[in-house]
Write a protein that binds this ligand. Structure first.
Ligand SMILES: [Mn+2]
Length: 371
């Protein structure tokens, strides 16, 4: 399969339906093709123009340079970083990756482990050892740490900030993923991605376009299809299904034992939790039950009763319900139709109850009374 795809005789580009992109690469039937007429869709960049860009990009750095790539590490940014490393392989002294964020999501942790992404936190950097700086999948105004750095190269797909200036800037706002831009650079440099690199870029496009549910351009689909042939799909599936860690497993056990079903509501009270994020994970988890339209998980953290609500029905509004049921007692409560949160200071609840206060029972009774 050639990449980038050739323009059709009629002058338009062939756009592929996302559904086709997930299947085997094969010749398209006529009914699967249509001409792009929407002027918002940027034409596939011509090979020559891309080659020129690679040339210009490589001119910014020399063989004596130590290059630092700085990112806000999510799959798209990390995939872009290792693609960038590949572009400069044996062309500079060293290319190091620095992230500004901490990584919490279990699927992103699996991405790093399985694709062996070597990166350090920016706090460990010694700026005097770095001679060139590249910012990928971000612009300086996105993070305090970026703004302080003398950035030489910016490659991004977020809305352009007028202050985003550097020796080399390539910002393509309409692209669904930065990984698509990097795939085009690799292709223009005539570099065939390794399985590891292709899998990372494929996953970067998959997550940033949310499986092509979010806005994307024909280039994203083309890059996705191109990368497919080199991608290890088992690793993609493993990363996507990495929802738990050994640490969260104990919470699943507790939650499963405490699950109460009340009509279409899955209700769990977790007691004291180290990190309230686990309540969100559990609420999402129980909404996956076919019988549940609502999932409500509560717990206590820092003397606050935290209640997470999830709603998947046509009727019902989690935000309004959180406010109506748990908005008193000096609480902060609210959210959207599908997800909401309430936090009530425990002190206020204890004041009102004379006998021993049972937060789990309180949540359960309040929910039951609402039905
Ligand atoms: Mn991105």
């Amino acid at each position: 399969m050639t990449f980038p795809p050739q323009a059709t005789a009629a002058g338009g580009n062939v756009i592929l339906f996302p559904a086709v992109a997930f299947g085997q690469c094969r010749q398209l039937r006529d009914e699967e093709k249509f001409q792009v007429t929407d002027s918002n869709l940027q034409p596939v960049s011509k090979p020559l123009a891309s080659a020129e860009k690679v040339h210009r990009l490589r001119e910014v750095v020399g063989p004596e340079d130590t290059l630092a790539i700085v990112i806000n590490a999510d799959p798209d940014a990390m995939a872009s970083a290792i693609a960038f490393q590949r572009l400069f392989w044996r062309r500079v002294k060293k290319v190091l990756i620095y992230r500004v964020n901490s990584i919490q999501r279990t699927d992103n942790l699996a991405f790093i482990k399985l694709l062996r992404i070597k990166q350090r936190h920016i706090r460990s950097i010694n700026p005097s050892t770095i001679t060139k700086w590249a910012l990928l999948d971000s612009q300086p105004h996105h993070h305090e740490a970026f703004r302080k750095l003398p950035i030489d190269i910016i490659i991004d797909h977020h809305p352009v900030d007028p202050a985003s200036k550097a020796a080399f800037v390539d910002i393509r706002e309409n692209y669904g993923a930065n990984s698509t831009i990097m795939t085009e650079y690799l292709s223009a440099a005539k570099i065939r991605p390794s399985q590891r690199l292709a899998t990372a870029l494929f996953y970067g496009i998959k997550t940033d376009t949310d499986n092509f549910v979010r806005a994307s351009v024909v280039n994203d689909v083309s890059a996705f299809r191109y990368l497919y042939q080199y991608t290890n799909m088992h690793i993609v599936k493993k990363i996507e299904s990495s929802e738990m860690t050994k640490k969260t497993l104990a919470s699943y056990k507790i939650a499963l034992e405490r699950l109460i079903f009340c009509k279409d509501m899955a209700i769990v009270h977790m007691d004291e939790v180290e990190n309230p994020d686990i309540l969100v994970v559990m609420a999402d988890f129980f909404l996956r039950l076919a019988e549940a339209t609502w999932s409500i998980v509560s717990g206590i953290n820092k003397d606050r009763l935290i209640i997470i609500l999830r709603n998947a029905g046509f009727r019902g509004d989690a935000g309004k319900t959180a406010q109506r049921l748990f908005g008193g007692w000096g609480a902060s409560a609210g959210g959207h139709k599908d997800s909401a949160r309430a936090e009530i200071p425990m002190g206020n609840l204890l004041k009102e109850t004379k006998s021993e206060f049972d937060p789990g029972q309180f949540v359960l009774n309040t929910l039951k009374a609402s039905r």
